[in-house]
Design a protein around this ligand. Structure first.
Ligand code: HEM
Length: 526
């Protein structure tokens, strides 16, 4: 290793230790009250070793049960962290005291990427976030989402077609569906292939960003001055990560924007959130908000970062649950056949008439909430709750896993059972609050789009296919494991195999006809 980089590493490690010690001593200085219960901290490192790499939702649910507490507090190298395991406490803190608990942790890597002012998901709580949230709400509210149904249906029909011809790639098809819906709503940009350049850039960007966003994922999050070091310096992994991430981010933003501007110039642009904003600005020379375009474009690309992995995770868990529960599939298909029949594909108008399908949707979101500990909130003031002190700057996680697996509320919680959302007459009960979308002012702003995409996927796949176990060469069924994997805070089912068998020739014909209706040739999107 060259001498200069050895020197650099020694200085960086020395500073790292100093900063750490200061943080740890600062975090001990408080005399304001006891922290909420938690594992006993060790000298200097606090609870650093009590934090598992994966499965934090499940782990801190157990810790909370052992401590008989709905709150679990940790001090990780001087950073206060709080897991909320009970819904009533999340309501008290994240909803009723939203003014204090709507921040996001400050990370240097986020600043280096410019995401503190451009990505609503990770922005601090303040005027800039409010401005972005307002625009996001305008385009993603319940009423507006109804106007996107034709977009969702069109992309869903393409996915059904792909399931006919390359069922083994079903996980890729769900990725294309979730990306295509968001990119179409935002830019009118058409994604029909997994290797679409905007999709590839977006995937690479998210993969890099996820590791940089973790507090310990980049050294610069602990030693902020490191962000100013050139990316080429050996050992500056985070610096290189930020540089590459910026390249992919610009690519994913520029490709759909360039495509949209070209279509607008040619008079060929379909209506989209961004085109509407650009047209409005172009039409009114006076009284325009000069910032409107910037904020709209930020919402457009940032929606991708919030929407895709979550929707893909939920769809993956749906396929897996169906594979394990043929009884649920048969019951759902009986409901579809009795209400819709075999002569057409489902539409959104069918939603109120299909309680069992709705119950499956609710159960998928309960059984495996994709952001299983929510997204990190950060407190912006000192606070006290139930006699415990919660210092300003605490990272707060709504442990959605613990809340959706609370045996007192959802008995036999690890079992997939849609009936838990139905009453004795088979009608939906009043448990319609989908906890998987989070709490308070930072709750998922895209939940209506997500709900519609999930629902139409569930009902349409069940209307057309049997989801069955894979078979070996001798025709014996192969068991599928129950392992999951973690991408940052997203929990996904580990890739698995299953078969999509068309329910009938009629179902196959309906899928073929639906894709002819959308005017897309088979080769265009296979
Ligand atoms: C099944 C799919 C989805 C799930 C489970 C989900 C869940 C969540 C959760 C738990 C949060 C964080 C809430 C918190 O901080 O307490 C969130 C935030 C967010 N979601 Fe979703 N989401 C999904 C799909 C979508 C879609 C399709 C969009 C956009 C079209 C979207 C846009 C956003 C945005 C912009 C935020 C950040 C809101 C803010 O910080 O103010 N999400 N989502």
């Amino acid at each position: 290793m060259p001498e200069s980089s050895t020197d650099f590493l020694s200085v960086a490690v020395g500073l790292f230790i100093l900063v750490l010690l200061k943080k740890i001593f600062d975090s001990w200085k408080t005399t304001k009250g006891p922290y909420p219960p938690g594992p006993k901290p060790k000298f200097l490192i606090g609870n650093a070793l009590d934090f598992p790499m994966n499965g934090i939702g499940q782990h801190f649910m157990k810790v909370g049960e052992q401590l008989q507490s709905g709150l679990v507090h940790l001090n990780i190298l001087g950073n206060h962290t709080l897991f909320i395991n009970k819904k009533n406490i999340a309501d008290d803190l994240l909803e009723k005291r939203a003014r204090i608990y709507s921040g996001r942790p400050h990370l240097t890597a986020v600043e280096a990427l410019g995401w503190d002012t451009s990505n609503i998901l990770i922005m601090g709580y303040g005027d800039e976030w409010r401005k972005h949230r307002k625009v996001a709400q305008q385009h993603l509210n319940k009423r507006q989402t109804r106007t996107y149904e034709h977009i969702q249906l069109r992309h869903l029909h393409k996915m059904l077609h792909r399931l006919l011809y390359s069922p083994e790639d079903f996980l890729q098809h769900t990725e294309v569906l979730s990306t295509a819906v968001v990119m179409d709503i935002m830019y009118g940009y058409q994604i029909d292939r997994h290797d679409d350049p905007a999709n590839v850039a977006a995937e690479k960007m998210v993969a890099l960003a996820v590791s940089l966003m973790l507090p310990g994922g980049a050294l610069m999050n602990i030693l902020p001055f490191l962000r100013h070091l050139p990316a080429w310096i050996p050992g500056n992994i985070a610096g290189k990560g930020v540089k590459d991430c910026l390249v992919w981010m610009h690519e994913m933003r520029d490709i759909p924007m360039a495509d949209l501007r070209k279509r607008m110039d040619q008079g060929m642009a379909t209506h989209s959130a961004v085109s509407a904003c650009l047209e409005k600005n172009a039409a009114s020379a006076v009284d325009t908000d000069p910032d409107a375009e910037r904020v709209m474009c930020n919402i457009a690309w940032a929606s991708y970062t919030a929407a895709v992995e979550t929707t893909v995770s939920a769809t993956g868990w749906f396929f897996y649950a169906m594979l394990l529960h043929p009884r649920v599939q048969r019951k759902a298909q009986a409901e579809i056949d009795s209400i819709i029949g075999a002569g057409r594909l489902p539409t959104f108008a069918d939603r109120p008439s299909l309680p069992y399908i709705e119950a499956i949707y609710r159960e998928v979101m309960r059984y495996a909430p994709p952001l299983y500990v929510g997204f990190t909130h950060s407190s912006t003031e000192d606070d006290w709750y139930d006699g415990y002190f919660i210092p300003k700057g605490t990272s707060v996680f709504a442990n959605l896993w613990a809340m959706t697996h609370n045996e007192g509320v959802y008995p036999d919680a690890d079992t997939f059972n849609p009936e838990r959302f139905l009453d004795e007459h088979g009608e939906l009960n009043d448990d319609d609050n989908i906890l998987a979308y989070g709490f308070g002012r930072r709750a998922c702003v895209g939940k209506h789009v997500a709900s519609a995409t999930m629902w139409i996927t569930i009902v349409s796949v069940l209307a057309c296919f049997m989801i069955e176990h894979p078979k070996d060469e001798q025709g014996n069924e192969i068991e599928v494991d129950n392992e999951c994997e973690y991408l940052g805070l997203v929990m996904r089912k580990k890739p698995f195999k299953c078969r999509f068998v068309p329910r009938s020739e009629g179902a196959r014909r309906l899928v073929e006809e639906a894709t002819l209706d959308v005017g897309t040739s088979q080769t265009h999107f296979l």
